[in-house]
Design a protein around this ligand. Structure first.
Ligand SMILES: NC(=O)C1=CN([C@@H]2O[C@H](COP(=O)(O)OP(=O)(O)OC[C@H]3O[C@@H](n4cnc5c(N)ncnc54)[C@H](O)[C@@H]3O)[C@@H](O)[C@H]2O)[C@@H](O)CC1
Length: 466
């Protein structure tokens, strides 16, 4: 991976770690000097990072104590450096601690924390800071107990305020339960050049701005893309309105609605061309199908017609329930135009035949491969995976989006991006990003409904693209 000596890398890691700890102490307590830091030190190099960082803090006047989980195997050089800088070891967590550095295990950890480590972590976490609050908890590289590759938390694990990670962002810090345990993630460049391209990418605003189709002087409604919306029903007319709202906030030049909530849609969106069925919709460059459609014969027929169209398709909600039928899945696999599915966990289970489990990246990749589709697996950190093994994670998710109907808005927007010419992966990543921003904006005004998310979407898209 790299030709630099291990000691050099560890010193760089420790320097970055100490810098971040000093900053956190200064932000909260006004100064670094005389603050109290407890190092939780395991038997590997992760503990070595903590010890060297502790030495650097001790040299700045911090009272640094190290609790060694396995004293005979603690990193010898790190321990010597700590002692030389004035730090010491303790057998149990002191009562007053301002900052805890979790160096129990890093990328070498397997399974949840072992019982001794778990009880040391929990005792330390219940100590009190000198201002009466709870200590700041900083994880070294990975919160101990979190699987660095998958984000699974199979047992006891550290919950960090900040994780200072080295060289590259580990998937376990970005997805699944691990993302929640990691808190804020700081990446320290230690001069490693990864030998393989990143397997997991985190979308940022620049990506979205670079991809989002923008109308130019030569554009017309067809070149901007026509999005077809086959959602809703007389029972679930709201789903139709929400997906049309999502589609209307995208870059498409025209929105066509096809379904039995046509009158309802026409009243709210005079610009939308409405018709009763997919077959009669006319020219469409991408479809969204599923939300509120129902699962009866008529709905199944509409889905078949959508799947037979040689254009990109986004499938959600009832379309995913209908796809639990193996014959429908065959129609999916036969498609040559891009298909995106947007399941939450229960829909994933219906589609795949088993729940997503703790490794959400592997789960999304597996379903993408199984069905030959791009999968947007919804969650706190939504994962997008393609059949050719491209994986993205969306950082803008918010609990505000855990509300009925928000998925209808998302899939509408996603289809508009497909109609605008984006690939399945980019459309899914960009839609998740903008949708997350809209959820956050809507939450500023109190409890959020999907109508609020739909209302916030246009200005959120504008803010992302500004
Ligand atoms: N690889 C590199 O190039 C660099 C690695 N560095 C550090 O080195 C770490 C990896 O070090 P190691 O490979 O020594 O491994 P770790 O320090 O992550 O863990 C190994 C030790 O933890 C114990 N352990 C494993 N699972 C456990 C569990 N569930 N509960 C309690 N104890 C458990 C093992 O018995 C073993 O002694 C990285 O996370 C990072 O902090 C940095 O110094 C920078 C450079």
């Amino acid at each position: 991976m790299d030709t630099l000596p291990a000691g050099t890398l560890m010193q760089r890691a420790a320097a970055g770690l100490a810098r971040r700890c000093a900053q956190l102490l200064t932000d909260r307590f006004g100064a670094v000097y005389a603050r109290r830091v407890l190092l939780l030190v395991g038997a590997g190099d992760n503990g070595g990072d903590a010890l060297y960082a502790g030495a650097r803090l001790a040299a700045r006047g911090v009272a640094v104590r190290a609790l060694l989980l396995d004293p005979d195997r603690a990193h010898a050089g790190g321990l010597a450096a700590l002692r030389a800088a004035g730090g010491s070891t303790v057998a149990a967590a002191p009562g007053v601690v301002d900052l805890i550095l979790d160096g129990v295990v890093g990328i070498g950890g397997k399974g949840g924390l072992r019982p001794t480590a778990a009880s040391v972590v929990s005792a330390a976490a219940s100590s009190t800071a000198s201002d009466g609050g709870r200590p700041i908890l900083v994880a070294v590289d990975v919160p101990s107990g979190v699987d660095p590759d998958t984000g699974e938390v199979p047992g006891e694990a550290v919950t960090a305020d900040v994780t200072v990670t080295f060289g590259c962002l580990k998937p376990g810090l970005l997805v699944g339960a691990g993302a929640t345990r990691a808190g804020l993630v700081d990446l320290v460049d230690i001069g490693l050049s990864p030998a393989v391209p990143p397997v997991l990418r985190v979308a940022d605003r620049e990506d979205i701005r670079g991809w989002w189709p923008v109308a130019g002087r030569e554009s017309d409604k067809y070149t901007r893309g026509v999005v077809g919306v086959a959602t809703g029903s007389s029972t679930y007319s709201g789903a139709a309105v929400l997906s049309v709202a999502g589609a209307s906030a995208g870059p498409a030049g025209m929105v066509r609605y096809a379904g039995s909530a046509a009158d309802y849609v026409r009243q709210r969106y005079p610009s939308v061309i409405v018709t009763e069925s997919v077959e009669r919709a006319g020219r469409v460059q991408a479809w969204v199908c599923g939300s509120g459609l129902g699962t009866d014969e008529r709905a199944a027929g509409e889905l078949r017609t959508v799947l037979a169209a040689p254009v990109p398709v986004c499938l959600d909600a009832d379309a995913l329930s209908l796809l639990a039928d193996g014959r429908m899945q065959d129609l999916l696999r036969e498609r040559s135009a891009p298909t995106v599915v947007t399941p939450h966990d229960r829909e994933f289970t219906r589609l795949a035949g088993f729940p997503p489990g703790g490794d959400r990246v592997a789960s999304a990749l597996g379903l993408a491969n199984q069905l030959n589709v791009t999968v947007l697996l919804k969650g706190d950190r939504t994962v997008v995976a393609s059949p050719d093994r491209e994986v993205w994670v969306n950082p803008t998710g918010t609990a505000a989006l855990a509300s009925g109907g928000t998925g209808d808005v998302l899939s509408g927007l996603l289809a508009a991006l497909l109609a605008g010419g984006l690939s399945g992966v980019r459309a899914a990543v960009a839609a998740a990003y903008a949708h997350g921003m809209a959820g956050r904006a809507a939450a500023e005004g109190g409890p959020v409904t999907s109508t609020d998310v739909a209302a916030a979407l246009r200005s959120s898209v504008a803010a992302v693209l500004a």
